[in-house]
Ligand binder design. Structure first.
Ligand SMILES: NC(=O)c1ccc[n+]([C@@H]2O[C@H](COP(=O)([O-])OP(=O)(O)OC[C@H]3O[C@@H](n4cnc5c(N)ncnc54)[C@H](OP(=O)(O)O)[C@@H]3O)[C@@H](O)[C@H]2O)c1
Length: 280
């Protein structure tokens, strides 16, 4: 059988939270290039709309909406707009996420002589909650709102974005790590919950890609790599960051029911070997 992966996306309505971000903008471009109608969700209205307009200028169909993924009412309003414009949602990609410096410990491990400026004991609870909420609740709520359209649609699917920090947590970022571990668990839970409806639910766990949300951890203000970056690259057997476009094959495969129709509840690492390497 000859099949071109991705051609299933023609005229599908694909909602992408964080769809104008580093990885999300690549996902948006790819699905748009296969003829999907792309709904780009982000907090920053100008950014989401300008990005959607750039896709429209290239002959694609897209709209940008300003929505906080942790605000269910705002998501419901966005859903109404999607329904009145495109009539349905076929695919949801939960890509909004990120970390915040205030939810990050100064030191990698506890040092009794030096508890850093943001040690574990005085880590800001609100910041911790916000990061957890963005990454976990910010996946739960869009799924509750948009997956309703998918019932009875055999071509529907949901794709979550996890992280290497879901497996063995990275130092310094406990809230982000806990939330991404919860994403893996939730991906399995949802996959089982919706299996009989044929709504497949999978996730991609990207390794390290330089984007806005991790820039402050990975680069100094002068652009030079931090010590953490050197460590990451030394733990990534391929010895480099990933490029967003290197997620393309996994994305298209997981969204195409002809190619992955029996695949649900999995998390696929795309990480240059990071998760395979013991460090020795
Ligand atoms: N880059 C990596 O190495 C890497 C590795 C593993 C996993 N990931 C995951 O990949 C996903 C995308 O990250 P990225 O690296 O592409 O980061 P990014 O460039 O910072 O993009 C994140 C996007 O999420 C949106 N966003 C943030 N908070 C939001 C909120 N409350 N409501 C709606 N939208 C919100 C942002 O849009 P606005 O600014 O408009 O709100 C932004 O476009 C995240 O889930 C991240 O955890 C990234």
């Amino acid at each position: 059988m000859h099949m071109t992966i991705g051609t299933n996306l023609k005229d599908k309505v694909v909602v992408i939270t964080g769809g104008a971000g580093g990885l999300g903008s690549s996902f948006s471009r790819i699905v748009a290039s296969f003829g999907a109608k792309v709904v780009i969700i982000g907090r920053n209205e100008k950014k989401a709309q300008a990005f959607a307009e750039s896709l429209v200028d290239q002959g694609h169909e897209a709209m940008g909406l300003s929505v906080d993924v942790t605000d269910k009412d705002a998501l419901v309003r966005a859903h109404d707009i999607v329904l009145s414009t495109y009539g349905k949602t076929d695919i949801l990609i939960n890509c909004a996420g990120g970390n915040h410096p205030k939810a990050t410990t100064t030191d990698e491990t506890f040092d009794p002589g030096h508890d850093g400026t943001r040690g574990f004991f005085d880590l800001d609870q609100d910041a911790f909650n916000d990061v957890f909420k963005l990454n976990f609740t910010g996946t739960l709520l869009p799924t509750q709102v948009f997956a309703k359209d998918m019932i009875g649609n055999p071509e529907a699917s949901i794709l979550n974005i996890s992280s290497m920090s879901a497996y063995a947590p990275l130092t310094k970022i406990p809230a982000y790590s806990a939330a991404k571990a919860a994403i893996n668990n939730f991906t399995q839970w949802l996959a089982v919950h919706f299996a009989k409806e044929n709504i497949r639910v999978n996730a991609i766990a990207p390794g390290f890609f330089l984007t806005e949300q991790n820039a402050s951890l990975l680069k100094h203000e002068n652009g030079e790599y931090t010590k953490r970056t050197e460590k990451i690259l030394s733990q990534t057997p391929m010895g480099r960051f990933g490029e967003a476009e290197e997620l393309t094959g996994t994305l298209l495969w997981l969204l195409d029911p002809r190619a992955s129709g029996f695949v649900t509840g999995i998390v696929v690492p795309v990480d240059g070997g990071f998760s395979a390497f013991s460090g020795v």
